[in-house]
Design a binder for this molecule. Sequence first.
Ligand SMILES: Cc1cc2nc3c(=O)[nH]c(=O)nc-3n(C[C@H](O)[C@H](O)[C@H](O)COP(=O)(O)O)c2cc1C
Length: 234
Amino acid sequence: MSSPGSTSKTEHASTPPARRVFVGLTGASGHAYGRALLVALTEAHYSVDLALSSAGAKVLLHEQGVATLEDGRIAPQVLSRWLGEKAASNIRVWGREDVGAPPASGTAQGAAVIICPCSMGTLARVAAGFSSNLVERAADVAIKERRRLILVPREAPLSEIHLENMLRLSRLGATIVPASPGFYHLPTSLDDLVEHLVSKILDAAGIERVSAIRWAGLPTEPPAEPGTTREEPS
Ligand SMILES: Cc1cc2nc3c(=O)[nH]c(=O)nc-3n(C[C@H](O)[C@H](O)[C@H](O)COP(=O)(O)O)c2cc1C
């Protein structure tokens, strides 16, 4: 039974498939990435179908202070408080077990399925084709329909099982975007790190992000010492 837990059903239903994305939040650390991704997708004028795994709901509460309903949905007012009203109005939240929801079917098209953050448990089940909830089923559908699937795993260190599962998924066409932000763009805040990774995820999904910072090559001068500027003091 479909039971969207958020607003904007009409707008979402009329959104063309090419502008719809499924996002799964699972039990890995890194829900700040999930939050920034949801906001960025809606800013890029995409509608989002959102679902959480059971562990995803626990880690979301721990890291972001966002409580879910018993079935894994997020109440509309909670979603608005977390993401802002504008973003929340373009997100439809589905129950964890809601395998009757459109993202569970290959007939309901979308631009991409993104699992961010992606736990090693979810990654293993997706690699095995074992769908125990809506997040895993949406990924299974993306693989069988040969649509874009982006997984953002976070674990350290990685075992051979993790690495083999990632290789298997990559060979099946998924893009693995590890939650390992770079420092070459000289971030000055956690937000800079988070947004950099979100831009990489959107690139992998083929979604244009106007605010993405693009590498323009190393500066010709040697890099400044941390905490100093490049210019000579005048
Ligand atoms: C606070 C917290 C942080 C966790 N961080 C990770 C992590 O970074 N990566 C990971 O693979 N599992 C992590 N786990 C363990 C997973 O949540 C656990 O394996 C869970 O069964 C995954 O379920 P899911 O794949 O259905 O979301 C974490 C658990 C907790 C409670």
